[in-house]
Design a protein around this ligand. Structure first.
Ligand SMILES: CC(C)(COP(=O)(O)OP(=O)(O)OC[C@H]1O[C@@H](n2cnc3c(N)ncnc32)[C@H](O)[C@@H]1OP(=O)(O)O)[C@@H](O)C(=O)NCCC(=O)NCCS
Length: 175
């Protein structure tokens, strides 16, 4: 198995300015453009962790609660939370900044899953992640439940086998 790597070794920060070609007719950033930037930032993070070519396997739950305006500066920060066999979960957070107005707001968050592949596009083993901070440890622990949920939804895991996920729902019923 490849040697473990620290979560922070996969940290990637990417910054973009929202230009006219990135916007919809309301002069707000298009969702598809933001997803494209997020995909690139998260893929670089997965590449840093695995030192491999990676492909996007899935994206979880992106909501667009706040419009991002023309001229805003968009900053994305991505980090691998946990690696399994060939797949890695990447947490990405997004902020939009209006520099002249001096405002900055958190706009999006998502979990991307990437799979490392060899020269023939076949999945290949990746290093485990060693979390260090409390936040990294929490994301590492909860990654197992998120993996089970996305694999169940993708029809790749039977709900019966999603043990950590079932345990979570059990805990919620007891509360
Ligand atoms: C992702 C891909 C390599 C998986 O190949 P596969 O033959 O299904 O391989 P496996 O069944 O062995 O799964 C490999 C890993 O992918 C993960 N995976 C597959 N589908 C997934 C999904 N929908 N969500 C999350 N993880 C997924 C599996 O859990 C497994 O992870 P693990 O090795 O850590 O346990 C393949 O489906 C592919 O090439 N997809 C296209 C990727 C692409 O082009 N992305 C850009 C989109 S335009």
């Amino acid at each position: 198995m490849p040697q473990p790597k620290f979560a922070h070794e996969s940290l990637v920060t990417m910054t973009e300015m929202v230009l006219p070609n990135d916007t919809n007719t309301l002069n707000n950033l298009m969702g598809g453009r933001l997803l494209h930037w997020m995909d690139i930032c998260a893929a670089i993070s997965a590449q840093k962790h695995s030192n491999r070519v990676v492909v996007t396997a899935s994206v979880d739950n992106v909501s667009f609660s706040e419009p991002v305006k023309l001229g805003n500066i968009v900053t994305m920060q991505a980090k691998v939370t946990r690696a399994f066999n060939s797949s890695m979960e990447v947490n990405i957070e997004v902020w939009a900044e209006d520099i002249p107005a001096g405002t900055r707001m958190s706009t999006n968050r998502a979990f991307y899953t990437f799979v490392a592949v060899d020269q023939n596009g076949r999945p290949i083993e990746v290093p485990p992640v060693t979390p260090e901070t409390d936040a990294e440890k929490e994301l590492y622990a909860s990654a197992l439940r998120r993996r089970q949920l996305r694999l169940v939804l993708a029809g790749r895991m039977k709900p019966h086998d999603a043990k950590e996920l079932k345990a979570l729902f059990g805990e919620m019923e007891e509360e």
